[in-house]
Design a binder for this molecule. Structure first.
Ligand code: ASP
Length: 436
């Protein structure tokens, strides 16, 4: 078995966290390839090293003195070195960083040093080999990464190695210029590495015990999802779940490698498996509940709308012409509602309404603002009856008025629109109906 293990910033924020990481890696000899993030927050008021680097580099760009900021970054690493009793020195590396900042080597180069330096330390601490992704994770000039060339270079670089630490978040163009993924991009590095070594499992270690059924800021102590499919996760992520960088799914998904989300601070917890497909039934019929506030519904009414060919196209044309994307479009025989993000719509609303009038000649247009959308997602809904009844029953009992219902043809989700003020109450009611 080969496992690629990625550790997020909070898992590597201090010497104490480094010790936990080492214990996890040495507990399983299959955990051979390790992808670290830069040191993250040690507590809620702390600053991530990546943010410190961006700030420090901005000073360099403005021609200001950045030595104090760089010294503070250095202190973060020194604290880890001292805490672990390592004999490593980062003198040479920090001298290069200082020179490169002064020479304005680029914002992405600057940010990448967080992972690079943490990788140097982690490799020394574990006694693993260090592999610089600048040599084998290749970016195009437009900032996207070259999947084919990277796969070739990275798999060649890792072949024959029994272990390696590969810093996350960055790579380089073929001409050597260092480039980074977008924020949170170490997840992508882990996924690319898992594919390159044809790993059996990609473990993504963070500070929660997996993907939760609902947002813990809304539901008290929600349960962990044992197994979720990529499609379910995509539905939930779209509605605001932040688990993994979106682009981290693709490389492993195409290679059929499952992802296991784990907690560095509770390694005994099994975490969540993210898989292409599974015959395991979700524990509670539904897999997860997510939602977002801040939607507006534009309700268009016209007698005999159902007989007018092209009505829907013309109505949507008004949104397209104003650069507004729509989220949902439930319809009746003489009504059509278009749901949009309120913040996007507000600036263009009069132009959109005027154009709908011009193109569609409706009887009336009515706006409903401050709506919230809730997605109840679950692969298990398709094969069990009564799910919708349970959702609506729960909302009825909680005294929540349902403003809109939309069920995708995939039967993977049911979307419910409620007033923004009912949002938290509605999510709690649905959670209780299924999970408790
Ligand atoms: N350190 C980078 C960030 O803060 C990348 C990562 O942690 O994945 O976004």
């Amino acid at each position: 078995m080969i496992k690629v293990v990625k550790f997020g910033g909070s898992s590597l924020a201090s010497a104490e966290q480094f010790r936990k990481v080492k214990a996890i890696i040495t507990a399983d000899p299959d955990r051979r390839f390790v992808v670290p993030s830069a040191p993250g927050k040690r507590n809620s008021s702390d600053t991530k090293v990546t943010d410190m680097l961006y700030h420090c580099y901005a000073l360099a760009e403005d021609g200001k003195d950045f030595s104090e900021d760089l010294a503070n970054i250095r202190a973060r690493y020194q604290e880890i070195i001292d805490g672990l009793g390592l004999t490593v020195s980062l003198d040479a590396q920090f001298e290069t960083v200082r020179e490169q900042f002064a020479a304005l080597a680029g914002r992405e180069y600057a940010a990448s040093r967080g992972e690079y330096l943490n990788g140097v330390l982690l490799a020394a601490y574990l006694g693993f080999e260090f592999l610089d992704p600048a040599e084998c994770i290749i970016f195009h000039e437009d900032g996207t990464y070259d999947a084919a060339l990277t796969q070739k270079k990275l798999s060649a670089a890792l072949a024959g190695r029994s272990n390696a630490v590969i810093p996350g978040f960055y790579g380089a163009q073929e001409d050597g210029k260092v480039r980074t993924f977008s924020r949170g991009g170490s997840d992508i590095t882990g996924s690319i590495a898992a594919r390159a070594v044809q790993a059996n499992l990609y473990e993504n270690w963070t500070d929660v015990s997996g993907v939760l059924v609902a947002d813990p800021r809304i539901v008290n102590n929600p349960k962990v999802i044992e197994t979720i499919t990529y499609r379910e996760l995509r539905e939930l992520s779209y509605m605001g779940f932040s688990v993994l960088h979106e682009d981290a799914i693709f490389p492993v998904r195409t290679a059929g490698i499952p992802i296991n989300i784990r907690n560095t601070n509770a390694p005994e917890d099994e975490g969540t498996y993210i898989v292409e497909n599974t015959s395991r039934r979700p524990a509670y019929t539904i897999t997860g509940i997510a939602g977002k506030k801040g939607f507006t519904a534009i309700n268009i009414e016209k007698d005999m709308m159902n007989t007018e060919i092209g009505f829907g196209r013309k109505a949507l044309q008004a949104f397209e012409d104003n650069g507004i994307s729509f989220e949902h479009m439930p319809s009746g025989i003489d009504t059509l509602s278009v749901l949009v993000h309120q913040s996007e719509f507000e600036a263009r609303e009069q132009a959109v309404l005027a154009e709908i009038h011009k193109l569609c000649n409706p009887d009336s247009i009515d706006l409903a603002t401050d709506l919230a959308l809730i997605a109840v997602v679950g692969r298990g809904m398709k094969s069990s009856h009564g799910t919708a009844a349970r959702i609506f029953g729960a909302l009825y009992s909680a005294d929540v008025n349902i403003r809109m219902i939309d069920q995708g043809s995939s039967e993977l989700n049911i979307i419910i629109g409620v007033a923004g003020v009912d949002f938290e109450k509605a999510i709690n009611a649905i959670y209780k109906a299924f999970v408790q």
